[in-house]
Design a protein around this ligand. Structure first.
Ligand SMILES: NC(=O)C1=CN([C@@H]2O[C@H](COP(=O)(O)OP(=O)(O)OC[C@H]3O[C@@H](n4cnc5c(N)ncnc54)[C@H](OP(=O)(O)O)[C@@H]3O)[C@@H](O)[C@H]2O)C=CC1
Ligand SMILES: O=C(O)C1=N[C@H](C(=O)O)C[C@H](O)C1
Length: 252
């Protein structure tokens, strides 16, 4: 049998990090070599001998964590939000200087969510109107969700490519926030509610019809197969990959 991949988790005591620690410990082909939090030094990553780090921390720290990993030749699987175009650009440049290293930035590790986003991008050109609602637990620190940012961007790109005009909207007066935020012309509404985990609806409207593409994560175990897939695959995908779909064959 081949050796187990040594893996470190950053943000190991958080909601996602603790779930990832359990999943990695239960996987025979992976070995958890470090479970680190805010108080630990990133040097512990190097000392642990990790080949792959899973970053499940906070938007404020993820960029420096991943840069450190790349500079030390450690592949990174990143679920943390906050990776806007500027940060991705800087990471791409850094990876150019470390050509053997792979980084996966996965806005959502749940297979159903990855599929829902792909379906939404596919449907985007066929409807006059589109809006998006994301719904999460109230302990989430960022809004809108990273998944919503990515879904909206892909929908906008598909509509632009197909020459679809902006969604109709006659609103002339509105309270702040009433129409959500605007991501590339797609309105995104964020709900924070105790009892929820992670949910998203993409609403498409055409004359006399509506298509809703909804995904629900009821438990964080839904993200674990994607985390494990990322850990197993990242070394084989040098450079930057955005979206778990980059490791899946969604055309099949
Ligand atoms: N891609 C996906 O499928 C998913 C992504 N997420 C994203 O993952 C991130 C984490 O979410 P969640 O687990 O709910 O958040 P939590 O707040 O529960 O966990 C974050 C953890 O990171 C730790 N942390 C903060 N700063 C650092 C640092 N500099 N170095 C190491 N650890 C640090 C925190 O420690 P302390 O408590 O000491 O502050 C905390 O334990 C979010 O961005 C979220 O949006 C969440 C679910 C799924
Ligand atoms: O904070 C969360 O919980 C989640 N964060 C990610 C996001 O912002 O999209 C993924 C999932 O929605 C859960």
């Amino acid at each position: 049998m081949t050796h187990a991949i040594p893996v470190a988790v950053l943000g190991a005591s958080g909601r996602m990090g603790s779930e990832a620690v359990r999943a990695i410990e239960a996987a025979e082909d992976l070995q958890l070599v470090a479970a680190l939090g805010r108080a630990d030094s990133l040097q512990d990553l190097v000392a642990s001998g990790a080949q792959v780090v899973v970053d499940l921390t906070v938007p404020d720290s993820t960029e420096q964590n991943v840069a450190f990993a790349v500079e030390h030749g450690i592949h990174a699987v990143v679920g943390t939000t906050g990776w806007d175009a500027e940060r991705l650009g800087r990471l791409g440049n850094l990876l150019d200087q470390h050509p053997g290293v792979g980084v996966l930035i996965a806005p959502n590790f749940a297979l159903g969510s990855v599929l829902a986003t792909a379906f939404a991008a596919r449907a985007a050109r066929y409807f006059e109107s589109v809006e998006l609602i994301e719904l999460h637990h109230p302990d989430k620190v960022d809004a809108p969700s990273g998944t919503a940012e990515r879904t909206a961007a892909l929908i906008a790109e598909a509509r632009r490519d197909a020459g679809v005009p902006a969604s109709p909207d006659a609103t002339r007066t509105a309270r702040d926030g009433a129409r959500g935020c605007d991501i590339d012309g797609v309105r995104v509404h964020s709900v924070r509610l105790r009892g929820l985990v992670a949910h998203q609806e993409v609403l498409f409207g055409g004359a006399g019809e509506q298509l809703t593409i909804r995904h629900d994560s009821f438990h964080r175990e839904s993200f674990m197969p994607g985390v494990l897939l990322g850990v197993r695959e990242v070394a084989g995908h040098p450079g930057l990959t955005v979206g778990l779909d980059g490791y899946l064959d969604l055309q099949a």
